[in-house]
Design a protein around this ligand. Structure first.
Ligand SMILES: Nc1ncnc2c1ncn2[C@@H]1O[C@H](COP(=O)(O)OP(=O)(O)OP(=O)(O)O)[C@@H](O)[C@H]1O
Ligand SMILES: C[C@@](O)(CCO)CC(=O)[O-]
Ligand SMILES: [Mg+2]
Length: 392
């Protein structure tokens, strides 16, 4: 079976408010970033399926014959709400994961093989190579796992013929229709389940649709009218795993339900208040008071996240350093290290970036609200990204 080659990309995300609480049915507000993950799928005639994941130093190939053994127990799955636990168990054995402690490469490999085998399960397995390169830091709170899963889902669904390849001749980029985006999103969620354990689905929703979203219990509402916010992203470079942190918060809620439930409710109210203020900022003149409220919400939420047990001394440093310049920060994503966001007021002359770099952090101002998953013509991909992907 020969499949069509394709290039796709999906954005990372920043959560303004609602990380962790969203896993427990509360509102989250999230935005896409201008940092993306790119995937190239190439049809081959080697009788192998290969992945090249240079960001995480993982380069693997399997013969289609070996993969077929796994297929004996796998039927093509149309139902994608739950993971096929038997397939996951077999894949863990196949990949050589014996304990529950999944490392970076194993999780990415399992997510790929799971989607590949599920989508091609009932037919002939195609010989292909998938190469992925991301501008996002891996495992730092900016949705790298979701951007990876969204790219895998889009490219493999296209290759399987389950969705069409939207790019027409002379197009640079193209997107899918709503129904196809929903299918991409649901398969990306499967990838997230493998990588995260218990994802809310907010990260893959942003990777799929882009823009700013309100997310509540699987329901995705795009926010079309949002003010132009300037956000500084800081990577403390402290490694952490979303899966571990999500499990930690769950344990805490189980241990102290009456203490933790009001915290989650308060985060929910913060997201709703933030949404209201953002909406006001689009229909009335923006004042200092709008920014005062947004900053207070950031501070309160950062305290709540510390209460949930997902803070880190490096994130405390980020908050203190920015506060000495009058700016307010909170962690974003799963916390425990990784990245934080700082709200910049318009016209701020920023010495903060140097202060943060002096702490050993990476720091960059980002533009938010970029497009969701896209198919690309090779000429629309940045030269440096194309050079990396073309090595494989
Ligand atoms: N470019 C990539 N190539 C291959 N695998 C990747 C890539 N980016 C992310 N991953 C997979 O995702 C995992 C990191 O996911 P994790 O959810 O812990 O962090 P994150 O998604 O960056 O942060 P958050 O979920 O808090 O936004 C990696 O261990 C790896 O398995
Ligand atoms: C921590 C979390 O809320 C956000 C990770 O970006 C997990 C999730 O929603 O799946
Ligand atoms: Mg993730």
């Amino acid at each position: 079976m020969l499949v069509k080659d394709c290039f796709v990309s999906a954005p990372g995300k920043a959560i303004l408010h609602g990380e962790h609480a969203v896993v427990h049915g509360k509102v989250a507000l999230a935005v896409s970033l201008n940092l993306r993950t790119y995937l190239q799928l190439k049809a081959t005639t080697t009788g192998k399926v290969c992945i090249n994941l240079p960001n995480i130093d993982t380069f693997l190939c399997w013969s289609l014959f070996d993969c077929c053994v796994l297929l004996l127990i796998t039927a093509r799955r149309e139902e994608v709400k739950l993971l096929d636990s038997e397939l996951v168990r077999r894949l863990r054995e196949f990949v050589g994961v014996t304990n529950g402690n999944l490392d970076t490469g194993n999780m990415a490999t399992l997510a790929f093989l799971y989607i590949y085998l599920s989508l091609f399960g009932s037919g002939e397995l195609p010989s292909l190579t998938v190469s992925v390169w991301s501008e996002l830091p891996t495992g730092a709170g900016l949705g790298s796992s979701a951007a990876y899963s969204v790219c895998l889902a889009a490219a493999l669904l296209c290759a399987s013929g389950a969705i069409h390849t939207p790019l027409k001749e002379l197009d640079h980029t193209a997107r899918w229709c709503q129904e196809e985006l929903e299918l991409i999103n649901s398969w990306a969620f499967q990838g997230e389940m493998i990588i995260h354990g218990n994802p809310s689905g907010v990260d893959n929703a942003v990777g799929t649709w882009g823009g700013m979203l309100r997310f509540l219990a699987g329901k995705i509402i795009p926010l079309s009218k949002v003010p132009l916010l300037r956000i500084l992203l800081t990577n403390t470079k402290v490694p952490r795993s979303t899966k571990v942190l999500v499990a930690r918060v769950k344990d805490k809620i189980n241990k102290f339900p009456s203490i933790m439930t009001p915290v989650l409710d308060s985060v929910d109210a913060i997201s709703c208040t933030c949404e209201k203020v953002l909406s006001e900022m689009t229909c009335e003149p923006i004042t200092g008071e709008h920014y005062n409220i947004l900053e207070e919400l950031i501070d309160i939420n950062q305290h709540h996240l510390n209460v949930m047990g997902v803070g880190h001394p490096a994130l405390d440093t980020l908050c203190q350093v920015t506060l000495t310049r009058g700016l307010h920060s909170k962690l974003t994503g799963a916390g425990g290290g990784g990245c934080g966001i700082t709200l910049l007021r318009p016209g701020t002359v920023d010495h903060t970036v140097q202060d943060l770099r002096d702490c050993g952090f990476d720091c960059w101002e980002t533009s938010i609200g970029g497009p969701g998953v896209q198919q690309h013509s090779p000429s629309s991909i940045k030269k440096e990204v194309l050079e990396i992907l073309n090595q494989y």
